[in-house]
Design a protein around this ligand. Structure first.
Ligand code: AP5
Length: 187
């Protein structure tokens, strides 16, 4: 599981780590953006939430995740963007959950100033309207601090949290993640 503020590199690192581990990569932000593109009723409701920088409801997210992994027979995944609240974390700790509780939670640590500059750099990307408005970026940072950062303690208490400095060059961050995964040189 990759946990970190917006722009910390979850979407950059996730596919690489998944390839390394030979498991599917599942990014809830991508699932939501696909839902928006589909033009469904849910997609229209989700678009408004994404445009504000808020979180989509826990129940919707749990169903979306279950739908995305429902046809997979993989025993493991690299998750990017889920869970983002304590309720979501608890939803995958129950018997019969769609994915197993995480073996490793990689915290991609990045100062807010670097987040702002990375997202400003990506703001021209049409697929990410939530990067274009600095007020929405601030809201995403606030939501991360208030609702997602508490998960760090949750996973620290479970003994699965490892923190990686996400401010280094991409390849260095990849190497640091692979090194701390279970079975890696220092994991
Ligand atoms: P999501 O798509 O998950 O967005 P996010 O968390 O805001 O993260 P980003 O995708 O912006 O950044 P990232 O950490 O993936 O970094 P990236 O690799 O792209 O979620 C979007 C929205 O969906 C949320 O705001 C919420 O509304 C909703 N949502 C999603 N999951 C949800 C859930 N579970 N519950 C409720 N709502 C949910 O990199 C960013 C930029 O930096 C790129 O340009 C990249 O090239 C660059 N970069 C990456 N690494 C480096 C590096 N090491 N050095 C220099 N540049 C780098």
């Amino acid at each position: 599981m990759l946990l970190g503020p917006p722009g910390s590199g979850k979407g950059t690192q996730g596919p690489v780590v998944a390839r390394h581990l030979g498991v599917p990569y599942v990014a809830t932000g991508d699932l939501l953006r696909r839902e928006v593109e589909s033009g469904s009723d849910l997609g229209r409701r989700v678009a408004a939430v994404l445009d504000r920088g808020d979180l989509v409801d826990d129940d919707v997210m749990v169903d979306l995740l279950a739908g995305a992994v429902g046809h997979s027979d993989s025993s493991g995944y690299v998750l990017d963007g889920f869970p983002r609240t304590l309720a979501q974390a608890e939803s995958i700790e129950r018997p019969g959950a769609p994915v197993p509780a995480p073996e490793a939670v990689v915290h991609l640590a990045l100062p807010d100033a670097v987040v702002r500059s990375r997202l400003a750099g990506r703001a021209g990307d049409q697929s990410r309207t939530d990067d274009a408005d600095p007020a929405v970026v601030e809201r995403r940072l606030q939501v991360y601090d208030e609702q997602t950062a508490p998960l760090l303690d949750h996973y620290r208490r479970r003994g699965v949290l490892v923190t990686v400095d996400a401010g280094r060059p991409v390849d260095d961050v990849t190497a640091a993640i692979l090194a701390v995964l279970p079975g890696g040189p220092s994991g």
